[in-house]
Ligand binder design. Sequence first.
Ligand SMILES: *Cc1c(COP(=O)(O)O)cnc(C)c1O
Length: 394
Amino acid sequence: MIKRLEWVQQELDGLKEAGLYNNIRTLESPQGAWLIVDGKKVLNFCSNNYLGLADHPAIIQAAKEALDRYGAGPGAVRSIAGTMALHLELERRLAAFKGVEAAITFQSGFCANLATIPALVSKEDVIFSDELNHASIIDGSRLSGARIVRFAHANPADLEKVIHENAGTYRRALAITDGVFSMDGDVAPLDQIYEITNKYDVMLMVDDAHGEGVLGRGGRGIVDHFNLHGKVDVEIGTLSKAFGGVGGVVAGNARIIEWLRQRGRPFLFSSAVTPPDVAATIAALDLLEASTELVDRLWENARYFKAAMKDFGFDTGVSTTPITPIMLGEAPLAQQFSRELFTEGVFAMPLGFPTVPRGKARIRVMLSAAHSRDDLDQGLAAFRKVGQKLGVIH
Ligand SMILES: *Cc1c(COP(=O)(O)O)cnc(C)c1O
């Protein structure tokens, strides 16, 4: 081994010893209700494909047509080689769907956070951040150089307290929260958070990655859910979860969107997503605007699955969304539970420390409109069997 790189192997070995090494399964099928995983057909409870759009025929068709018309790649950064009409159409459509003044797209939701936060605040400024915010918010916040002050999870009173404590110590302030928290499936009290940020004239940003296509009328997101149109300054979103494709979006106040076109570094120094990606999201918006059927089915599936799991005696945590944690306690139990489920033909992820707090390990079930009632019943039977075998339920 090359001596200067020995540390890498030591670190990797350390992860394995601590049980933190990621063994990534190989998929041999599209993302749908069922997957071929490592050669085995299994029920999919892992993906963020909330509406089943990742392999929807209308979306695949739209992507193929865009490939023929606009080609495979964007050629260069949009501010240098010009922006395709298709990207602008997507941004207009996203703004209209979400009921905001304007929108700009990025390569991913992660990138959208890295672009937006440093454009809004810098070292003279402060960020008030929910303690359970997503990694991309944390990284974007660090990149900005602003002082980061955490507030207690989903706690508007604590937000007000930290705003008071830091009064007079900054130039600008930005409060940031996830909309739906992906580990627990709870929803930020955005209406109460807005009351506080508005009172103290603090900018407000929400990351709606797990809310788009899920919350609000026809999946219009958390701002629509709380009827806060025009009040939340900036919304981050992803096109890779409910929308079924890839990309990120920032939506909200037109001045902020214009500023991001001038100063959002991943916009200025990195190429955009490809024409087929863009066409796929436009087709997803067509489907969502035409009917609420998929969103309704997602929620119906979530209600059905959760009610049955509670009947069996499982603890499904504090979720109020289709994200359904099955609380198990210790990480080794969650890992064993997941392995047993896989043997029963169900693919569901165990989550343990440090992704969730110690003693709060769980299996996370991601429900989708793609699941049929029959699929859910098969999944429930597997959970019951494994739960009884491992003594989690009786
Ligand atoms: C998934 C997620 C992202 C990242 O989105 P990508 O488009 O996959 O990069 C950002 N923020 C939150 C809250 C997320 O859940």
